[in-house]
Design a protein around this ligand. Structure first.
Ligand code: PAF
Length: 285
């Protein structure tokens, strides 16, 4: 239900408000880069179920984009986002300024070393070195009791969970299920980059995951080589120009690659379609 919403831009103010709030009850945090869709809003609802107040953050974090990535054109809609957060029941929106998060001379990074070497980390080697410090900073500023992240960025959640354990943050990490469009496309702010016909082809990631799941279920195929080959065919049939970055089968805790699917396997993939890089994943077990 919509209520009053407070917009905070200053780090000091945010610290003071969350300190005050934590004396009265628990705080749930939903960190985002804005341009909100139903996937983000479902995270607010999850956070609301498990905490007294929900703080939502919007910050397009420059350090997690490589120089050749889409930082400058990353979609933004602050006014629309605030209205959506209000309608979804968020209590506070923290929208810090870039120069305050990264003042001149900023040089301290939190780096999770191993789990970041695979999947996204292999293709985007500087990405997680940008994600962990911003989330650590948000944790330090807000001191939430719980934090909710979407499963679409599965490796990100696992990296952040590792950071929480290794750095002793007293924060419960919650994974919100991926929210999909009617045809199965995982919701993402980047879906906005497609025109109508490209958008139709973007379902190839979900269809490929479904292909693998179906082969495991109905034909008992567990060899990842075979599954990967069928997934590639599915992708190319829907979008012949697609550039597959990776299709990986891994243990869903350690993210170590597996050659045979078992009940703990997650399949993740990254595909570039018409210049837009999308990721998705699905548990196979
Ligand atoms: O998932 C995102 O939107 C971002 O990576 C996050 C966690 C907000 C950090 O900038």
């Amino acid at each position: 239900m919509a209520g009053n919403i407070k917009i905070i831009r200053s780090i000091k103010k945010m610290q003071a408000v969350s300190q005050q709030m934590s004396r009265k009850g628990t705080i749930g945090l939903v960190p985002t880069m804005g341009f909100l869709h139903e996937g983000h809003l479902s995270l607010i609802r999850q956070a609301k179920k498990q905490s007294d107040k929900v703080i939502f953050t919007i910050f397009v974090n420059p350090t997690q984009f490589a120089p050749n990535e889409d930082l400058s054109k990353y979609p933004r809609d602050e006014k629309g986002d605030i209205a959506k957060i209000k309608a979804a029941g968020g209590d506070i929106v923290f929208i810090p300024k870039r120069e305050n998060i990264y003042p001149d001379g900023f040089e301290t990074y939190v780096n999770c070393e191993k789990i970041t070497q695979t999947l996204e980390g292999k293709s985007r080697p500087t990405h997680f070195r940008g994600v962990t410090p911003i989330v650590a900073k948000l944790f330090n500023i807000i001191r939430p009791d719980i934090a909710v992240f979407g499963q679409k960025d599965y490796q990100q959640v696992m990296v952040l969970k590792k950071m929480v354990v290794d750095l002793d943050y007293p924060i419960k990490m919650i994974i919100g299920s991926t929210v999909r469009e009617k045809d199965g496309l995982a919701m993402s702010s980047r879906n906005k980059y497609f025109d109508a016909s490209q958008r139709k082809e973007a379902i190839c990631l979900f269809q490929a995951l479904k292909t693998a799941k179906q082969l495991i279920k109905s034909d008992s195929i567990t060899e990842t080589v075979k599954l990967r080959a069928s997934m590639k065919k599915t992708i190319k049939k829907i979008c012949p120009t697609a550039k597959i970055d990776y299709i990986a089968f891994s243990d869903f805790e350690s993210l170590k690659t597996t050659n045979k699917v078992n009940k703990n396997t997650i399949c993740s993939l990254a595909v570039k379609l018409h210049g837009v890089r999308l990721i998705d994943n699905m548990k196979m077990g």
